[in-house]
Design a protein. Sequence first.
Length: 243
Amino acid sequence: MSAPHLPPNVHVSSHPCLKAKLSQLRSHSTGSRETKSLIHEIALILGCEALGSALATKEDGTDTSPLNYPYATQTTTPTAVSLIPILRSGLSMVDALLSLLPTPVPVHHLGLYREETTLNPVEYYNKLPYRRATATATATATATAPAPAGAAGPSALAVVVDPVIATGATACAAIETLRDWGVGRVLVLSVLGSRDGVARAAACWPGGVSVWLGAVDGETDAKGMIKPGLGDIGDRLFLTVGK
């Protein structure tokens, strides 16, 4: 459902099971193993809702049932879909989305971190088949050469997964990178976002982006952490709290 007081391309789940699981995920007593399981389960619910809106079906042939009756087979469209996890915590949502899609899709990793003082995103890893540097990338990035012959073309639909949208800067950087690559549409799936961060991400490309969330919290603190939020999900997943 579209969320009140948020842009129309932002959708917040109303699923009761997701809400209950999110409440469990918020707890300081939830350990690493449970955190990983809960994010996977929330991503399944959120993925069903988001992909149900973004994909359609089409007939693509015929097959025969075990009782030897013919039937028309169906597949999803668009067929050119890719999955973009934002390292490192986005990895926790990948398996859920791959299990929902009816055919294997490429997974292109993006590594982005927030600089501690400015909270601006810095790109340190990019596994898109081909890219050009964008203004949102780190200042040290340089433009690449034209795409080599045989390089994979951009996806019609890119699905960005990252459990948290805090300030929205990282989400915007990812969206701009994908837009520069030439994707047709971007879905951003997150377990939780701050109100301002989500609005910022949605405004990056209003005609090409849909943001799907488990819930929205009101604000961030001076360190860019959502209140009450989920803490640092990457640290919780990988047991690096206090690094």
